[in-house]
Design a binder for this molecule. Structure first.
Ligand code: NAX
Length: 328
């Protein structure tokens, strides 16, 4: 039996948490032979802690053979202690009348504290995935607040956007999602993101040639992927949860276990490639192997793509400058 891996999850009693924890405990994220210890963080308020206790009771009642232990806490330093993987899902939602700027600042406080706690107590190789919005900027803040950890270990979730784009493309082209390779979603997890299938293939042939309709790309596909989160809220009355949890599992599974040469999209700190300033957490195409990701380099960027990439970058730069004063 392998030694258990410690997985910290924040916002564990929320709706994504509820769709996520049972799948992690059943081995869908780290493998069917990998025991896990869940270290669950919720807000220090009675209602959140009671809900967390309820979720932990249900986890217990599943009698998952791979669930080697559980901790529920309101203290980030307990939740992140020796964590090998940290899924930062909990975040401050936008309240009535709250400005975008206020939302950024409220979340900056949370992710500064959680970054510092990771820095202090987590495994030195901890793999961090930020799901809570604004995900890219929250990941940037956590990374900057953890100077002793490798910045490469801080990532943001673009995988839901990637998966949404895959399904739209598969529908349009009349192929199975699993047949499509080499898709990328550039930029911020927000409606400005740029899903880009210029390099995508189906059975080795160009998907772009198969679709062959640039108007569909600009006027239907890109806006549809960008506004999918809003469409789910309108239809369901609640934001995406099961699909978000699924994307988090995809992201971490591929990062830890490898993507077998396939491209996946991860929000990672830029190394300056593609004209994205160093350190900005940006959606890029990567391949993964042995617990590390490698940027797919030297893809040609045409004028249409440059404009789209610059637009999502401008939004991220604005978010970054909005929190710069907090990061010293
Ligand atoms: P919920 O409101 O259902 O759950 C969030 C939970 O986090 C709550 O139980 C709350 O008590 C807890 N929480 C808040 N602040 C916390 C803190 N400082 N420490 C620990 N726990 C804390 O939201 P849910 O639907 O689960 O969504 C969670 C986050 O994911 C939101 O920020 C949401 O915007 C974001 N999303 C990100 C996506 C992505 O692709 N990156 C897609 C889905 C989702 O919209």
């Amino acid at each position: 039996m392998k030694a258990p891996v410690r997985v910290a999850v924040t916002g564990a009693a929320g709706q994504i948490g509820y769709a996520l924890l049972f799948r992690i405990a059943s081995g869908e994220m780290l493998g069917k032979d990998q025991p896990v210890i869940l270290q669950l963080l919720e807000l220090p308020i009675d209602k959140a802690q009671a809900a967390l206790r309820g979720v932990m009771m249900e986890l217990e009642d599943c009698a998952f053979p791979l669930l080697a232990g559980m901790v529920g806490t309101d203290d980030p330093e307990v939740a992140f202690k020796d964590a090998d993987v940290a899924l930062l899902v909990g975040a401050r939602p936008r309240g009535p009348g709250m400005e975008r700027k206020d939302l950024l600042l409220e979340n900056a406080k949370i992710f500064t504290a959680q970054g510092a706690a990771l820095n202090k107590v987590a495994s030195r190789d901890v793999k961090v995935l930020v799901v809570g919005n604004p995900a890219n900027t929250n990941a940037y803040i956590a990374m900057k607040s953890a100077p002793d950890l490798d910045p490469k270990n801080f990532t943001a979730m673009l995988r839901l956007d990637h998966n949404r784009a895959l399904s739209q493309l598969a529908n349009r082209a009349g192929v199975a999602v699993g047949e499509i390779e080499k898709l990328v979603v550039w930029g911020n997890h927000s409606p400005t993101m740029y899903p880009d299938y210029r390099f995508a293939t189906v059975g080795g042939a160009s998907l772009k040639d198969r679709i062959g309709d640039d108007d569909w790309n600009a006027n239907e596909f890109i806006p549809k992927v960008g506004k999918r989160g809003a469409a789910i809220i309108e239809a369901r009355g609640l934001s995406s949860a099961a699909s978000a949890a699924n994307a988090a599992i995809d992201h971490v599974r591929d990062w830890v276990l490898g993507s077998e040469g396939k491209w996946v999209t991860m929000g990672i700190p830029s190394d300056g490639s593609y004209g994205i300033p160093e350190g900005v957490i940006f959606g890029f195409p990567v391949t993964t192997e042995n617990g590390r990701y490698t940027l797919v380099r030297d893809l040609p960027i045409d004028d249409f793509s440059r404009t789209a990439i610059d637009k999502t970058l401008a939004e991220l730069e604005e978010e970054r400058s909005g929190v710069a004063h907090l990061l010293g």
